[in-house]
Design a protein around this ligand. Structure first.
Ligand code: NAP
Length: 340
């Protein structure tokens, strides 16, 4: 097998491709020959050394991939060899073959490409989980979405459109505004040139919004909490503000950590607001929930609501360029890797 390694923490040049013997599926596992894998902000953060969940380098990361079933472990009798599938794994999906639990392997429709399939799990499960499991988004509500043109952002825009009359405010760089507007973002806001908080308050007549999805962290969590209307929910699900530059900068990380607000139960009660956290990477033991969410996302794909936007693909040998593409904020939607 060939796998994409992070050899040590550092700039994109620490990535390399290594060979090893093919893995053998254990009981209850399925082996999949991989055609495409999703690259996420998480792996970029891990390379920099700012993703606490990641194993110590040298390590192979990757949570999601798509390919063809080529071996079944003991006890798996409900999947045929040769089936086209999408699968999830807790690290190690950036490889040309992987073994994972049967519950985390789902057959994909014939018309779905491997690239589209590999773009689904992390982005769409995170979006689905936040909107429908944690927030219970309802018609006529207002939503503020940050990093709206990224992989999770695109997924949130498409899924939020399945609920009637939701008004969406989305932050993204100016050149990406037409793209997110086409996906249903009513009010794109260029956070580089405008104060997004002031814009949201102006556009809502000072009321604020019902739901905020915030993967930025630090001082933005404080700012966003203040933009909630009564009964509003702030869902925190990332700390992108800590990842600045190709290498880790502890001064900036500490500064962001020190800007993090503290929410007390009494202040939450008195302001009628909710703060919730989502980390899909800590839900691996909830196999039933994850496989249900993945099946729901595939159903929404079949119904035409879900359409991953694969912006760029890179072979493993050019993974450094793929990381630079995301860190340079060039991507709109998903970046996919191909084994080579
Ligand atoms: N908790 C979870 O379970 C979970 C799951 C998935 C993702 N996440 C988090 O969700 C966030 C979005 O992930 P994603 O995979 O959708 O991201 P992505 O596709 O890599 O999006 C990158 C885009 O985000 C914008 N951006 C804003 N701040 C940035 C920064 N500091 N560095 C680089 N880009 C920045 C840029 O667009 P503009 O040019 O428009 O600024 C960039 O093009 C990340 O923080 C990630 O860690 C959390």
């Amino acid at each position: 097998m060939r796998s994409l390694y992070i050899s040590k923490h550092g700039g994109p040049d620490v990535l390399d491709v290594r060979d090893a013997a093919d893995p053998v599926p254990g009981p209850g596992e399925v082996r999949v020959r991989i055609e495409a894998c999703g690259l996420n902000f998480a792996e970029v953060s891990a390379r920099v050394g700012l993703y606490p969940d990641a194993p110590k380098p040298p390590c192979v990361l990757g949570y999601e991939a798509a390919g063809v079933v080529d071996q079944l472990g003991e006890g798996v009798d409900d999947l045929a060899i040769g089936t086209r599938v999408v699968c999830m794994k807790r690290f190690g999906a950036h490889a040309d073959v992987l073994c994972t639990a049967r519950a985390l392997v789902v057959e994909i429709p014939d018309e779905m490409s491997f690239d589209d399939a590999a773009a689904l799990p992390v982005n769409y499960l995170t979006a689905f989980h936040m909107l429908f499991v944690v927030a219970n988004l309802r018609p006529k509500q207002t939503l503020l979405l940050h990093m709206a043109a990224g992989g999770v952002g695109v997924a949130v825009l498409q899924l939020a459109r399945t609920v009637e009359d939701v008004t969406i405010f989305g932050t993204a760089s100016g050149p990406k505004h037409d793209f997110i507007r086409d996906l249903g973002c009513n009010h794109p806001i260029d956070y580089r040139t405008a104060d997004y908080g002031a814009e949201v308050m102006r556009l809502t007549g000072g009321k604020g919004v019902d739901l905020i999805l915030d993967p930025l962290g630090g001082k933005d969590w404080k700012r966003n909490y203040k933009l909630l209307r009564p009964v509003g929910k702030l869902i925190v699900f990332g700390f992108a503000n800590a990842v600045q530059g190709e290498k880790r900068n502890m001064l900036k990380v500490v500064h962001q950590l020190m800007s993090t607000p503290l929410f007390t139960p009494l202040s939450l009660m008195d302001s009628n607001r909710c703060v919730a956290g989502v980390n899909m990477g800590h839900l691996w033991d909830e196999l039933e929930l994850l496989s249900w969410e993945l099946a729901k996302v595939i159903e929404l794909y079949r119904e035409g609501h879900v359409r991953p936007h694969v912006d760029a693909t890179f072979p493993f040998s050019q993974a450094a360029e793929a990381h630079r593409y995301i860190q340079g904020r060039k991507n709109v939607g998903k970046v996919v890797l191909h084994p080579d």
